[in-house]
Ligand binder design. Structure first.
Ligand code: FAD
Length: 471
């Protein structure tokens, strides 16, 4: 909890999910304890009361810390002659020998039946001392969230996740495809399922199967609306594939959390400009769109894919900051923080994979198309409410700029982008072919995705880049 990529957003979501889980477990007479210990310490405490013969756990692909915890627990089990079985969590394959086989394994796992917990287990009696610790922990967090609860965050439990899923499949997915990239409308029309998937309130398998079922139902309806709806759902399904595809990368190379995937990029962007970073994170960059994204994240814990990509590209490419300096801080602002998506995506947007195209955007150009009325900026930046629409993306050019409580831009995007483009493309072209081949073999997708048909040939005019070229 004290790590820089962790925040109250995650604590609130996980704590409230656990309380809900505790309630549903009670119906099955299964006790769920909240114990604020390090895992090894917890097993040691438990062994004061029981002979532990076997531990059943799930396979987790978290951050570096959880990876180290896994290693510690495995070593504890070995030392204490305890058997341990870790079960796959749907998608990621442990010790994947060959990426060529990954998609097949994923599809097999995703098409398996979903189990419903109906069985009432014979449970053991939990020692009073442990029950007391659990109660105290719960009370302590309930008290904490009386003061610090953020009511704008998405809400937590499984039944809520089911509602979000049902509502999305029945209604919101109809316009998903058309709104996914719009900063304002995406708040409503995106699935908004990411935190439920991240914290396993909903399994990816159940989301995928429910979506497939909806697509089948729509096949029987002969109308343009149903056809468009199906197309939107297909778009969504592609994203569910990406979820696992990305997490597999971190599973296969946990060092990706700290190190450039392609080490040729180690020589560039080494200096951290703390003042610049602070201005961005206090929404005082003087670039309204970037400031609005930070406000949206601070207030709601969410923004859409395009805003995430744009924010990272702005700080790392336009402003030449090392991605390692901001990735944990950005993670702390995403309620749905999933290390396996986060770090590989960060490296992709910061252009350090060496196998993906360089992504440099001009936020003004990008958002004029996606939000011509600039609703997003007016909503999250009330201090700019009097700025006329023709100046809203560059308020420093407005004649009454001095009257605003808003700073000059921290950077001239156009000229900075030009320098960044030269630097990143030159570094990328110099990447050794053998290094590229190694990375492609280990990490690249082998699948032809439905929406990749629209992929454009990588263009040097990156302002126009199609967001779909993700891999
Ligand atoms: C720099 C960066 C960091 C990111 N960090 C995270 C993260 O920590 N956690 C996270 O869940 N997503 C992350 N994403 C991916 C994506 O932006 C979010 O999943 C999405 O915006 C969540 O909103 P939604 O649930 O409405 O998604 P939808 O667009 O409705 O997508 C449905 C689901 O598909 C998966 N998904 C969607 N887009 C992607 C993608 N590009 N890559 C992998 N999986 C995807 C997610 O599980 C998502 O919930 C990141 C993207 C970028 C560019």
């Amino acid at each position: 909890m004290s790590l820089p990529d962790y925040s109250d957003f995650h604590l609130q979501f996980t704590f409230e999910s656990l309380i809900e889980l505790q309630k549903s477990y009670l119906e099955l007479w299964i006790p769920l304890l909240l114990l604020p210990f390090d895992a090894e310490e917890w097993f040691k405490k438990l062994s004061e009361y029981f002979d532990i013969l076997h531990i059943s756990a799930h396979e987790e692909t978290g951050n570096w810390e959880t990876f180290q915890r896994d290693i510690k627990v495995l070593s504890y089990c070995k030392r204490s002659a305890i058997n341990i079985t870790e079960y796959p969590t749907n998608w990621v394959v442990r010790i994947l020998k060959n990426r060529d086989h990954w998609q097949k394994i994923w599809t097999q796992r995703m098409s398996k039946n979903i189990f419903t917990a109906k069985v009432v287990l014979n449970t053991i009696k939990i020692p009073t001392k442990l029950c007391d610790i659990s109660k105290q922990t719960k009370t302590q967090y309930l008290e904490y969230f009386k003061t610090y609860r953020n009511n704008n965050l998405q809400s937590w439990w499984e039944s809520q996740g089911m509602k979000v899923l049902e509502n999305f499949l029945e209604n919101r997915s109809m316009k998903y495809m058309y709104n996914i990239s719009k900063p304002f409308e995406s708040q409503t029309w995106c699935s908004r399922l990411s935190p439920y998937i991240t914290y396993w309130c909903l399994s990816l398998k159940s989301v995928l199967q429910a979506t497939e079922q909806k697509r089948q139902e729509l096949k029987n309806i002969w109308s343009q609306a149903a056809k468009n709806h199906r197309k939107s759902l297909q778009y969504f399904i592609s994203r569910l594939h990406w979820q696992s595809h990305f997490i597999q990368k971190l599973e296969d190379e946990p060092e990706m959390q700290f190190r450039n995937l392609n080490r040729d990029f180690d020589t560039i962007r080494q200096e951290i400009n703390t003042e610049l970073i602070e201005r961005v994170f206090s929404s005082k960059s003087g670039i309204p769109y970037i400031d609005a994204v930070i406000r949206q994240l601070q207030q709601t814990g969410w923004c859409n894919f395009r805003s995430r990509a744009l924010l990272v590209s702005f700080i790392c490419n336009t402003c030449q900051q090392p991605w390692q300096a901001i990735a944990p801080r950005v993670a702390a602002l995403f309620t749905d923080y999933e290390p396996g998506i986060h770090y590989p995506q960060f490296q992709m947007q910061a252009a350090t994979t060496g196998i993906n195209t360089v992504r440099i955007y001009n936020p003004v150009y990008n958002w004029q198309q996606k939000d011509p009325e600039w609703k997003f900026i007016y909503h999250f930046m009330p201090e700019l409410k009097n700025v006329p629409i023709e100046f809203i993306h560059e308020p420093h050019l407005w004649e009454w700029f001095e009257t605003l409580d808003y700073p000059q831009p921290i950077i001239d995007i156009k000229s900075a982008n030009k320098i960044a483009k030269d630097l990143l493309w030159t570094t990328k072209w110099n990447v050794l072919k053998s290094d590229k081949d190694k990375i492609i073999k280990k990490h690249a997708s082998r699948v032809f995705h439905w929406d990749r048909r629209k992929k454009k040939t990588p263009t040097k005019n990156l302002q126009n880049e199609n967001q779909i070229t993700l891999f």
